[in-house]
Design a protein around this ligand. Structure first.
Ligand code: ATP
Length: 199
């Protein structure tokens, strides 16, 4: 699996639609200060479901939408689509290529799509569990992150190893099953209460 392309429109400094094509191997992005290099990384984080405006160096989520320049009006929406080669089927879907799209409008509406089909953030998160790619994954190493990992608590470091070992999805499923079990136990207590009132 590898990153094939990134299509950005209306996201931060990228008002026009622009497509970054990546090939197998190393790609470097160079440019003058403030030209938008880090915005490319922000676009990758954002399309993978980042929910924290701070992580994207903004104050609110609407800050990702192109806010205009002297010569250009602000835009009403931001859209990013990431395409990954999945010919080795590391992602648990049958497609050879997977495109995840995220859009947000100034009105606050937002949407996610997987290969053109509308989906939930949860579906995007589940698609990337245990691949290292999700927004919590280790495939995006931001400034200061290495230091954070080295000086982090053992539990925080453990999350990284869980992701690499491929057991995150099982832990999430276990937590969901335990929550259901707990809810059912509560229901049973209520049923027993009602029964004892009736008898
Ligand atoms: P440096 O080399 O200094 O780290 P950089 O090339 O990484 O810079 P970025 O931080 O990616 O640059 O981009 C900063 C630019 O993006 C600034 O010019 C800023 O005005 C612009 N920018 C950020 N958000 C928006 C937005 N919502 N609308 C328009 N422009 C934006």
């Amino acid at each position: 699996m590898y990153l094939k392309s990134l299509e950005v429109q209306g996201f931060k400094s990228f008002a026009n639609k622009i497509v970054f094509k990546f090939h197998n191997g190393i790609t470097g992005i160079v440019g003058p200060n403030g030209s938008g290099k880090s915005n490319v990384g922000d676009a990758v984080r954002w399309v993978l479901g980042e929910q924290s405006a701070k992580q994207l160096r903004g104050a609110s989520m609407q800050d990702v939408i192109f806010s205009g320049t002297e010569n250009r009006k602000p835009l009403g929406f931001a859209s990013v689509a990431i395409t990954l080669d999945n010919s080795d089927h590391q992602l648990p879907v049958e497609y050879q290529e997977v495109t995840v799209t995220r859009r947000v409008y100034r009105s606050g509406e937002s949407e996610y799509l997987i290969n053109g089909a509308a989906c939930r953030l949860k579906d995007v998160n589940e698609l990337f569990y245990d691949t290292g790619i999700g927004k919590e994954g280790y495939s995006i190493i931001g400034q200061g992150q290495i230091e954070k990992i080295l000086s982090g608590k053992p539990e925080e470091r453990r999350e990284l190893f869980d992701e690499a070992a491929g057991i995150v999805k099982f832990k999430r499923r276990k937590a969901t099953a335990q929550k259901k079990l707990e809810d059912e136990k509560q229901n049973l207590v209520r049923v027993n209460d009602i029964l004892s009132e009736l008898t």
